[in-house]
Every structure is written in C-alpha cells, then in structure tokens.
Design a protein around this ligand. Structure first.
Ligand code: SF4
Ligand code: MG
Length: 333
C-alpha cells in the first residue's frame, strides 16, 4: 500500500535575502538552514517517532509538512496529492485532514475564546457543521472523547489545568476527523504524572479513530514506547531511521549511539558507558561541511570533514548516514 505521507528532499532555509538592512550594514544576510534535503515516508496507521536535540529542526519539519511554514524546496505528497503545490484554497481544505498538536497548549489557545469556540473552530473554518446545534453537539462529543467535561464548554482556557489544556488542543486537532497528526512534543511541557495520561489518551484515540502520527520528541523513552518506526534528526537531516526496536537497541549512527548511551539501561545498571558529546550543537547558520556531526563525533576521520555521507539501506527498513557503517564500529563500550 502507498504511504500516507511521502517527503522528498525537503529543504527549509530562512532568510538569505539581501534586504536593505544587509546592504546598509554590509553584513551578509542570515541564512538558517533548518532542513537540508529530508526524505522519508509515513505509513498509514503508524506512529513515526522523530527524535533529536532541541534546535535540530524537528518542529520546523513538522510545521513544514503541513505548510504552516513554506518549504524552500522539495515535495510533500499527502494521500497522493502534492501539497507543496496546492493553492491557498485547496491547502485550506487539505488542512482538515492534517492537523498539529503543539507543545505548549496554553500558548496555542486563544485566551479570549471559550473552549467550545476553540474546539469548534476547525468545523466552522471547513464548513463541516450544519448549524449551531450540530456544532455544539459535535464539540461536546469530542470533548467527551478526550476526557473533558462537556459542561465546561463555556469556560476559558485559563480555567483549566495544563493537562486539561492539552486535552483541549487534542480535541481541536481531532474534531475535523483528520487522517494525519503532527504531535509536536505534546507532553514535554506537562508534569510527569500527567504525561502518562496524555500519552495513553493519544494512543487510544489513534486506535479508535484510525490516525497516523508523526510524534516529535526529545525524550527517547516516550519515543520508544509510542513509535513503530523512528527517525533521528541532526542539524536538519535524518541521520538514521528504522523500526523502533532495531534503532534503539542497535543504533548504527554514532549520533544515535550517543543519544542511547544517555538512557539508563534498566537490565544492566551501570553497564552502559555514557558517551558525552564534546561541544554544542553547531549553529544551523554555518553547519559543518562534510558530515554535519563530525565536529562532535568521537569516530570522525578525515573523509568525514570533506564528504557528506548518504543514508544507506541496512536491510529490514533500517538506514543510516555514516561513512563508517561498513566497519560496523560503535562508540558504545
Ligand atoms: Fe562520525 Fe564520520 Fe560517521 Fe559522521 S560520517 S557520524 S563524522 S564517523
Ligand atoms: Mg521543538
């Protein structure tokens, strides 16, 4: 079967125009290379986990897929339709099928709107409700589904707890019965005790409503629990991808290996050597040449500084982009 979403060589660069200010100051215009030729697909009904440090481009990727940010180049094919070439009206209609749940539920909810209005807005925008009564009924139905009291329809966001606000964000994303949801760190801003409830809710809703998720997180335990497959991002590129058990238990890219080394091994406490990367994530304004990870990679050789590694198929749907894959080396002790 065809994947639900196909992403082909997607690039997003910010700035770069030589505006009046750049001419006046003589400084080169800023050019942030947030996404650099990202390619992958998302299968129908799966959860694809997307992991990486903050600033690596995960959120930009999630938003560019929905064209909340315009891509600089590349294609996004959703349900056999190239959404990168859709005109505004067609794009608006498509949004009904592709939604996003944000990290900070409070910032994403209009404080001056009632919860009923916020949740019902997508139905209004897409002309999916037949009259006020129908709208109210459907808002009430989705509120119930996400575990909110329907009696609270006329309250305002500030009257809810963090976990409840995220339920409001989820209800708003789901009311138009989309097929695909970008979950952008939906539990990162919540108390640990609430995180499990929201994760359970999202997995239940996925089954019940036949959803497909791109689940963005920097938390490997969350990704490991939820995902069917996982993609690892570093500086705007996917450096490793594959079935979640495989990638997390036998990571092949040194960056993934360093991420995994930070996760405590419950079966063998103290066994795993934590690999601490030297240096910070380089600026996406001036990413390193060659392999972008070479400035922090403990295994880097000369070739890494010159040549960009291409993501190679390792079998079983597993792929990674590193010059040393054949040598089967690992930075894990
Ligand atoms: Fe490290 Fe070189 Fe592999 Fe990049 S290509 S991850 S620098 S060994
Ligand atoms: Mg983010």
């Amino acid at each position: 079967t065809q994947p639900l979403l196909r992403v082909d060589n997607l690039t997003k660069h910010y700035g770069g125009q030589r505006g009046p200010l750049a001419l006046l100051t003589g400084k080169p215009a800023i050019n942030i290379r947030a996404l650099n030729g990202v390619s992958f697909d998302v299968r129908r009904g799966e959860t694809l986990g997307l992991i990486g440090e903050s600033g690596c481009g995960k959120s930009t990727l999630g938003r560019t897929l929905l064209r909340l940010h315009e891509p600089t180049s590349g294609k996004v094919i959703f349900d056999d339709e190239d959404i990168t070439s859709l005109k505004p009206d067609a794009l608006k209609a498509m949004r009904r099928h592709m939604q996003i749940i944000f990290q900070d539920p409070y910032a994403s909810l209009n404080p001056r709107r009632t919860v009923g209005d916020i949740i019902g807005l997508p139905l209004k925008l897409h002309g999916l409700a037949s009259g006020r009564g129908d709208l109210r009924d459907r808002v009430a139905a989705i509120m119930e589904k996400v575990g909110l009291k329907t009696g609270h329809l006329d309250r305002y966001p500030h009257q809810f707890s963090g976990g409840q606000r995220q339920r409001i964000g989820i209800a708003r994303a789901l009311i138009s019965h989309p097929k695909f949801i970008v979950c952008d760190e939906p539990v990162s801003a919540l108390d640990v005790s609430i995180q499990a409830q929201i994760i359970k809710l999202l997995t239940d809703l996925k089954e019940e409503m036949g959803l497909t998720y791109l689940f963005v997180s920097h938390d490997i335990s969350v990704i490991g629990y939820l995902s069917d497959r996982v993609a690892v991002m570093y500086l705007g590129e996917i450096v490793e991808m594959g079935p979640v058990e495989r990638v997390l238990s036998k990571p092949r890219h040194p960056y993934t290996q360093s991420l995994m080394s930070a996760v405590p091994d419950v079966d063998h406490p103290g066994k795993r050597n934590r690999v601490r990367l030297t240096g910070d994530l380089p600026s996406p304004q001036s990413p390193p040449r060659g392999c972008k990870f070479h400035t922090r990679c403990p295994l880097a050789v000369d070739r890494c500084r010159r040549e960009v590694p291409i993501r190679q198929d390792l079998g079983g749907g597993h792929s990674a982009a590193c010059h040393l894959l054949q040598d089967n080396v690992s930075i894990l002790g």
